[in-house]
Design a protein around this ligand. Structure first.
Ligand SMILES: *Cc1c(COP(=O)(O)O)cnc(C)c1O
Length: 407
């Protein structure tokens, strides 16, 4: 976790050179994948100094690794943080962070629309350790401010949210949290540092499921958290002991994916905007959820705090789940799967992916229509994607007419 910063460079340059300014082992221009579990020392005194953190180096692979360290450095650079530490998955980043910072009697304030796994930690696990969790209506900023002001230790935010792309006003909630003396954690997975940097708005910690956009190729799991050295040291220490270490092979694949992060996000932002406008004007589409649309409730806040609106949108079809069941398999250019943020377009109904564990009533209470489709735009040609959607909707039109005729 060196501190060489080229913060003034532009995003495309930082995604390439961040953490990789110098040649590696024997002049290798590309990061070596160091699979060694341990690191040997002829000199017992330097071994001791490394162990005490007085000298740079590695001792044991659960604690640190040269390949993993380069990945941490690249994301640290992009988020503009003092320090970063990585994990085997995004959920490991989230759970290790919460369990290392919270103690019995503490209180967390968050929103109802966090990622499904995070929601499970809040409702199933933290209460067992006497941590009180209050989940507010996601866009009710007044309720959030009121609950934060009642006193809390951690304010946990995620924006835009999954799957309806709600937007939280980060600056406003961070200020409220700091007035109450709370630490603010932001899940920045959907936005990526290219579109949004919560630390520059005052957040204490920013985390990612690197499995999604950072890696970008849906072939490696990983997680990372960035923030002040003081907080990262606490979390890193817990992670070392808990053992949810990022594998060096995964770190390499994530790093390789990150070299195109800026190009991918630029393309995905543009495509998602065009696709959102296309869908908004389609007669069989009931509603489109995308913060880039002027009609979207979160548009003004998104414009204030994001440099781009992201590559994920969702939309509901007239005809509900029956229509979705016919529509999705007709898409030629989309994996029907649970991941997102990949180079390929991925489409999924929340009721079989992110919110499979909720009942229909719970989904309705969260404002998730049964006929919703989450669409993670890949880097395919935008016109091909629009044609693909258009074609699938034309077929759907015939089918729905048939279905209603026969009733
Ligand atoms: C996928 C995801 C996670 C969890 O990450 P894993 O790498 O699957 O553990 C957390 N937050 C968000 C917003 C996600 O999309």
């Amino acid at each position: 976790m060196t501190n060489s910063s080229n913060k003034n460079d532009s995003w495309g340059t930082r995604t390439i050179w961040g953490g990789e300014e110098e040649y590696f082992f024997q002049g290798a221009t590309q990061v070596p994948i160091v699979h060694s579990v341990s690191f040997g020392y002829e000199d017992i005194d330097s071994w001791h100094d490394v162990a005490l953190g007085k000298q740079k180096g590695h001792i044991y692979g659960r604690n640190s690794n040269p390949t993993v360290e380069v990945f941490e450095e690249k994301v640290r650079n992009l988020e503009g943080a003092e320090a970063a530490t990585s994990f085997s998955t995004g959920m490991a980043a989230i759970s290790n962070t919460l369990f290392s910072l919270l103690s019995p009697g503490d209180r967390v304030v968050s929103v109802k629309d966090t990622y499904g796994g995070t929601n499970k930690i809040f409702l199933e696990f933290l209460p067992r350790f006497q941590v009180d969790v209050t989940l507010c209506d996601t866009t009710d900023h007044e309720e959030l401010e009121k609950e934060i002001a009642r006193g809390c230790n951690v304010v946990y935010l995620e924006t835009p949210t999954n799957p309806t792309l709600k937007v939280l006003d980060l600056k406003r909630l961070i200020d409220a949290a700091h007035d109450a003396g709370a630490i603010v954690i932001v899940d920045n997975t959907f936005a990526t540092p290219i579109n949004q940097t919560p630390l520059t708005l005052g957040a204490d910690l920013v985390l990612h499921s690197a499995t999604k956009y950072l890696g970008g190729h849906a072939d490696a799991l990983g997680g990372i958290i960035c923030g002040t050295a003081k907080l990262i040291n606490i979390i890193d220490h817990f992670r070392e002991i808990n053992g949810s270490t990022l594998h060096p092979m995964a770190a390499y694949m994530l790093l390789r994916g990150m070299k195109t992060l800026y190009l991918r996000i630029k393309q995905q932002n543009e495509s998602a905007m065009k696709i959102a406008r296309f869908l908004e004007s389609h007669p069989l589409v009931e509603a489109v959820y995308y913060p880039g649309l002027e009609s979207n409730e979160g548009h003004d806040i998104a414009r204030k705090q994001m440099r781009g609106f992201g590559g994920i949108l969702s939309f509901s079809l007239k005809g509900g789940m029956d229509a979705v069941r016919m529509f999705l398999p007709r898409l030629k250019y989309a994996h029907l799967a649970a991941n997102l943020g990949a180079v390929e377009t991925v489409a999924a109904p929340p009721r079989t992916s992110s919110h499979v564990e909720c009942s229909e009533e719970e989904r309705a209470a969260m404002g998730i229509p049964e006929g919703l489709v989450r669409y993670s735009v890949g880097i395919e040609d935008t016109d091909d994607l629009i044609q693909d959607l258009e074609g699938a909707l034309v077929d759907l039109n015939i089918k729905t007419d048939h279905a209603s005729d026969s009733v």
